[in-house]
Design a protein around this ligand. Structure first.
Ligand code: AMP
Length: 221
């Protein structure tokens, strides 16, 4: 994995439903200086295109488990290798284990760069389950909605491309319970990992998305 020294690298941490994708989408909208890299979107795309990586990842994702570290690291590394050097990278969903964080550290160090910060979107668990239950996504362009807090202009239809919105396959209650448990055990340790290095910033992610995005813009300024 080669990372260009001019890149700013921001890690978005937070449980499923904490709003990482929504907030990163807002910050990168309009092709500005921020580039949103979502490991979940990359994996869903690989599953859709039926690549070898997608076939390997599919079962883990359906069960709400993490796919193997090496597979995700390879996908992220391919993507970073083609990224321009003068942008801010918002990493959404990666790293998700301490092993992945160590792989990222090694890659960043090899490129002569550093991580800028890890931003935790802090959201209480009862709000997470509520948000996920109302979440809708566009299968064509990836835009995200919520039936109550971020509704599309026409019910069930994507504002951006007009496709019919769907519920993500892994947003059913049983898989969500598993994803939250996996987060607590495998991903939450990253909070201490980055705090110990002075890189962690906490943002109250339970508020309206526009306010959360404004906080992040201030942090990134
Ligand atoms: P997300 O869209 O970030 O909620 O991710 C959806 C699913 O993709 C997760 O439940 C995992 O199965 C898989 N996934 C996404 N990112 C990673 C990662 N960094 N490591 C392992 N699995 C991942």
């Amino acid at each position: 994995m080669v990372i260009f020294p001019l890149m700013k690298i921001i890690i978005l941490l937070g449980a499923p439903g904490s709003g990482k994708g929504t907030i990163a989408g807002r910050l990168s909208a309009g092709g500005g200086a921020c580039r949103h890299i979502s490991s979940g979107d990359l994996l869903r795309d690989a599953v859709k295109r039926q690549t070898a990586a997608g076939a390997e990842a599919d079962g883990y994702m359906k069960r709400g488990e993490l796919v193997p570290d090496e597979l995700v690291a390879r996908m992220i590394s391919d993507l970073l290798a083609g990224a321009a050097g003068d942008c801010t990278l918002l990493l959404d969903g990666f790293p998700r284990t301490v092993a992945q964080a160590q792989m990222l550290d090694a890659a960043v160090a090899a490129g002569g760069a550093g991580l800028d910060m890890a931003i935790l979107l802090d959201v209480p668990e009862e709000i997470l389950t509520d948000r996920i239950a109302g979440r809708r996504v566009c299968p064509a362009c990836g835009a995200g909605y919520h039936v109550a807090s971020i509704p599309p202009k026409a019910e069930g239809v994507c504002d951006v491309c007009g496709a019919a919105l769907v519920v993500r396959k892994d947003d059913n209650p049983e898989t969500v319970r598993n994803r939250l448990a996996v987060y607590r055990v495998q991903t939450a340790p990253l909070i201490d990992f980055y705090e110990a290095r002075g890189l962690l910033r906490r943002v109250d992610g339970a508020r309206e998305a526009g306010l959360v995005a404004d906080d992040l813009r201030r942090l990134l300024a």
